[in-house]
Write a protein that binds this ligand. Structure first.
Ligand SMILES: CC(C)(COP(=O)(O)OP(=O)(O)OC[C@H]1O[C@@H](n2cnc3c(N)ncnc32)[C@H](O)[C@@H]1OP(=O)(O)O)[C@@H](O)C(=O)NCCC(=O)NCCS
Length: 255
């Protein structure tokens, strides 16, 4: 697809049953899970009508990307603060790497800020290094918590039949880091206190081809993240390093 064709993709809010059914078709196409693991269209309609978000990317009438988020609430200094938990984001394979995922997330940010919501969170698989790059370097999210086997073992080939360990992306929508990302700037280069957790570039492919070996790598990675996060470190950058990719962690100071 040309740059101008990618720019012609429309991003908009979804409310209709037809749009919600198109999201379910996207879930099937991207995650290929058993039907019992799908988020059904009825629930997506509830999400859209109860302060959550269902957003679609459309090539003409065809949905080619979507993201949806439910409303969460946590307590900050004794006050209840709403946030969005973004449960799924996907772009059809033939439309990937053309900035459509970023446009969906930036639309999500604008819509949230317009409603006074300043935090969006989501989980992702640490082995999906593209997602790590996208979340940290392109969106300006930071990673400060790790959830071992969060969803249990799922039927999705994307998850490779191994424990679904997840990193939590925190997207502080009006932070300096995120505003810089919206303007197309990369996060600051990490300082001398940085520590690194490295994975082979092809870890996601390895996980599908050899799940037993991937579990071994996961077992070695999990305590490193848990230890660094417990010590107050956060992932602030993703660093290509030859055949490996580094998660770069620093003592976390920003809000
Ligand atoms: C994650 C996803 C939504 C991103 O959508 P997208 O439209 O491809 O995103 P963008 O084009 O805006 O950005 C992708 C970035 O990743 C980069 N990228 C692509 N492959 C990569 C890789 N193997 N390693 C690192 N970065 C990679 C692209 O170059 C681009 O960054 P750049 O702008 O610096 O060049 C999409 O890949 C997807 O649907 N994945 C499958 C479902 C999924 O895992 N969803 C997220 C968890 S719910």
């Amino acid at each position: 697809m040309s740059t101008s064709a990618a720019a012609a993709i429309e991003i908009r809010v979804c409310h209709s049953l037809e749009d919600c059914e198109a999201c379910v078709a996207m879930e099937k196409a991207v995650w290929q899970t058993d039907d019992v693991e799908l988020v059904p269209s009825a629930m997506l309609r509830v999400v859209a009508e109860t302060g959550g978000q269902v957003l679609g990317a459309f090539d003409g009438a065809r949905m080619i990307g979507f993201t949806f988020a439910i409303v969460g609430c946590h307590t900050v200094v004794g006050r209840a603060e709403p946030f969005l938990h973004s449960h799924m984001t996907a772009v059809l394979r033939e439309y990937e790497n053309q900035g459509i995922g970023r446009r969906l997330k930036f639309f999500q940010r604008q819509d949230a800020l317009a409603r006074g919501i300043r935090l969006v969170r989501w989980t992702f698989d640490p082995f999906q290094l593209k997602n790590a790059w996208f979340n940290v370097m392109r969106l300006g999210a930071v990673l400060r918590s790790y959830l071992p086997n969060f969803y249990g073992i799922t039927s999705s080939p994307l998850h490779g039949g191994i424990p679904t360990d997840r990193l939590v992306a925190e997207w502080q929508l009006d932070s300096q880091r995120v505003r810089a990302a919206v303007e197309g700037r990369l996060p600051p280069v990490p300082g001398p206190e940085a520590v690194r957790i490295s994975l082979p570039n092809d870890i996601a492919t390895q996980a599908k081809a050899n799940p037993a070996a991937a579990v071994h790598i996961q077992d070695a990675m999990r305590p490193q993240f848990l230890r660094q996060f417990a010590a107050g470190y956060a992932v602030t950058a993703i660093e290509p390093a030859g055949p490996q990719t580094n998660y770069v962690l620093e003592p976390w100071k920003d809000a």
